[in-house]
Design a protein around this ligand. Structure first.
Ligand code: ADP
Ligand code: MG
Ligand code: MG
Length: 210
């Protein structure tokens, strides 16, 4: 069984910092094809400095941790993805509230609210070839799998849905962000933000394994 306490979410953030660092070159290459070749650099810098800042911070609840993490990302990452991922984490933190241990259903509500906040901030929807194409199916898969499968299975389903959703951006034409400037020429490329969102959701699943 999974305990959704502050340690769980610290593992999530630490693993995210590790994986976006390990995959920074690949993310930047994806962004070179349809953007401005900075996505990996942006996330590597933002998540690494966030993990460093949080290691020293006296935060006790998942809500406090994610709220602080989101604020840090918004302040340190330039580009579209900083405010968008900042919003994801802050929104999750707000929904998780002041409980020391989150309920699995509350995590589901937090994921759904986080996706809604990205869609609102970015004026984006599934099919626009953005991170929403990974995050929306992940939130939906978590909610669908939780009742029968429990937290770990639901997080595994969410991670799988995010990876499939990211892959499914390849044939799409971008309608938001820098890639949209390319019009038809954005077709045939994986969206970098969808790829990084799949890494985040996989890190959330892997946080179940301490
Ligand atoms: P920038 O495009 O400013 O250089 P990044 O390269 O860090 O920022 O991030 C680009 C990613 O951000 C895109 O691949 C896309 O997934 C996401 N993105 C950009 N604009 C939007 C938007 N309006 N709504 C949702 N996601 C967006
Ligand atoms: Mg970019
Ligand atoms: Mg940029």
């Amino acid at each position: 069984t999974v305990t959704l306490d502050a340690s769980f979410f610290r593992r999530f953030l630490d693993r995210t910092a590790q994986v976006v660092t390990a995959e920074a070159d690949r993310l930047t290459e994806l962004d070179a094809a349809i953007g401005d070749a900075d996505h990996g650099t942006n996330l590597k810098r933002g998540f690494t400095s966030m993990a460093g800042a949080l290691a020293e911070a006296d935060v006790r609840t998942p809500g406090e941790l994610l709220t602080a993490a989101g604020a840090h990302l918004t302040n340190t990452v330039g580009g579209a993805s900083g405010p968008l991922y900042g919003t994801v984490l802050r929104r999750m933190g707000k929904v998780l509230g002041e409980d020391a241990v989150a309920q699995p259903q509350t995590l589901g509500r937090a994921l759904a609210a986080a996706v809604a906040s990205v869609r609102r901030l970015g004026d984006s929807a599934p099919g626009d070839k953005t991170m929403v194409d990974a995050l929306q199916p992940a939130a939906d898969a978590y909610a669908a799998a939780l009742p029968g499968g429990g937290t770990a299975r639901a997080l595994e389903a969410a991670a799988r849905a995010a990876r499939e959703g990211a892959q499914a951006t390849v044939p799409l034409r971008a309608r938001r962000g820098r890639a949209s400037y390319l019009g038809e020429r954005s077709v045939g490329h994986l969206d970098p933000g969808a790829a990084s969102s799949a890494l985040l959701m996989t890190a959330l699943y892997e946080a179940t394994d301490p």
